[in-house]
Design a protein around this ligand. Sequence first.
Ligand code: SAH
Length: 258
Amino acid sequence: MVYIVGAGPGAEDLITVRGARLLKEADVVIYAGSLVNPGLLKETKSGCRIYNSAVMTLEEVVETVKNAEKNGLMTVRLHTGDPCLYGAVREQMDAFESLGIPYEVCPGVSSFCGAAAALKMEYTLPGITQSTVITRMAGKTPVPERESIRAWAAHRSTMVIFLSAGLLGELSRELIAGGYEKTDPAAIVYKATWPEEKVVRCTVEELEEAAASAGIKKTALIIVGPAAAQTGYDRSLLYHPNFSTEYRKGRMDEKGEL
Ligand code: SAH
């Protein structure tokens, strides 16, 4: 059996309870060495075989799992954040399926949630935006043209931009070409939830310069959108005294006021 487990964004105690239990029980662990906190491996049982997938190809990962299966061993494939985002898990799952290897997925806390926590930010502010776009700049992996930063920017939703810390000059230009003001608020979160976490607030235009002066080159998320200012929003109806919900009756005087 293989468990594809989300390790969380970085802090050792941000793996799920289920993920931690699976790690403790694993005979073989293959972890995404570039971004998974190695501290998570402390709890593995003695004799557990540990592999760093940063130096492995997909074929080598699959071979390792195949050998473990032959010997009746349980494997945890540990991915950073949640496996469903930029995790290259589909190709692995397809390989397991074609080999008849049973697997399950255990979700994790994605770094976009870790970044919101670091920023103390609500991505979906009433009256401002009710959507969050998770995207990236095209790098070695292309991005479909209809999903260009410029195209998303026109929506003025919150945008959380992955895998783009090395392309910030171009990112700013694309955001501005898509309709952002140069002075719109932006944030850079480096290694969210790790002990070395850094939070930088700047404007859309200043992204490259702000990252350079903080020494940030990778492992960062960029957050932009009108919600980044965290002001000028409407209060929620859910917690409004006048608003009735399934669980709570609203109250108003005869003038419709509190
Ligand atoms: N599956 C992961 C994303 C993997 S892609 C998740 O759910 O978070 C790797 C990219 O994610 C990095 O280049 C960086 O942009 C971002 N990232 C991962 N962990 C991060 C963290 N703790 N802080 C900031 N960005 C992070």
